[in-house]
Design a protein around this ligand. Structure first.
Ligand SMILES: [Zn+2]
Ligand SMILES: [Zn+2]
Length: 237
């Protein structure tokens, strides 16, 4: 079984962890694949892919982006080009698919993130053609909404389930992940298309919470600034 953390932020958006730190932590956590999914940005992911090769790590890096659409956050995986923010969720999903990527509805029902205008797409998961749904988001506050999302997906949407840490600090990398049969990017893609993935949460996240508080207090996480996932349109969520 492969293990992939499909939702990680770096210093290229509002995370505090640099690319090399993330790569080393991912390898140490036993992951074989990660996606760097910075807010509205793919340069960190491109740098990480290059860096993993240079370091000779046995770790694959997917070019991802967490796009702030006008109706909530959407992650694109396996992208070629950056997608600009504030398109509709529908247009964003279409653009991801036009690039041959995988569209993921991340934290679709997060109430906590919605409070801070960083929510997901909500019930739009029912009619937008997402390939996967993030049923496990590693953020500390997502327990309840993860359970609801998993239930909703089993009952209504029945898309591939994926897990991602939504790491903004190095300690959080690998706290949530996706397991899939086989190994490597092709197998992961196939598993997503065949709904053979499973989302997993690692217990004992207190270190990740402590790391988050430390970096937040030290001002290293610019969550609501230019590089954060804040959705600017007043009527957007
Ligand atoms: Zn988000
Ligand atoms: Zn995120």
């Amino acid at each position: 079984m492969g293990r992939a953390d499909l939702h990680i932020h770096s210093t290229y958006s509002d995370g505090s962890a640099g690319i090399t730190e993330i790569l080393l932590q991912a390898a140490a956590q036993g992951l074989d694949t990660i996606a760097i999914t910075d807010h509205n940005e793919i340069r960190g992911a491109q740098a990480a892919q290059e860096q993993a090769r240079r370091m000779g790590l046995n770790l694959r890096v997917i070019i991802g982006e967490e796009v702030s659409t006008a109706e909530g956050h959407v992650v694109g995986l396996f992208l070629r080009d950056r997608i600009r923010p504030l398109l509709s969720a529908e247009a964003t999903v279409a653009e991801i698919q036009r690039q041959g990527g995988v569209a993921v509805a991340v934290h679709p029902f997060s109430l906590w993130l919605r409070l801070f205008r960083c929510g997901g797409v909500g019930r739009r998961v029912e009619w937008l053609p997402f390939t996967a749904i993030e049923t496990v988001n590693g953020s500390a506050m997502e327990g309840l909404s993860n359970n609801y999302t998993a239930w909703f997906n089993r009952r209504y949407t029945r898309r591939a389930e994926v897990g991602g840490s939504d790491a903004h600090t190095v300690e959080a990398v690998g706290q949530a992940y996706t397991v899939y049969p086989g190994l490597g990017l092709d197998m992961l893609r196939q598993a997503i298309y065949h709904r053979a993935t499973r989302a997993r949460l690692r217990r004992g996240t207190y270190l990740a919470v402590a790391g988050f508080l430390r970096d937040y207090i030290e001002g290293k996480l610019d969550l609501y600034g230019e590089k954060g996932g804040y959705i600017k349109k007043a009527d957007s969520i």
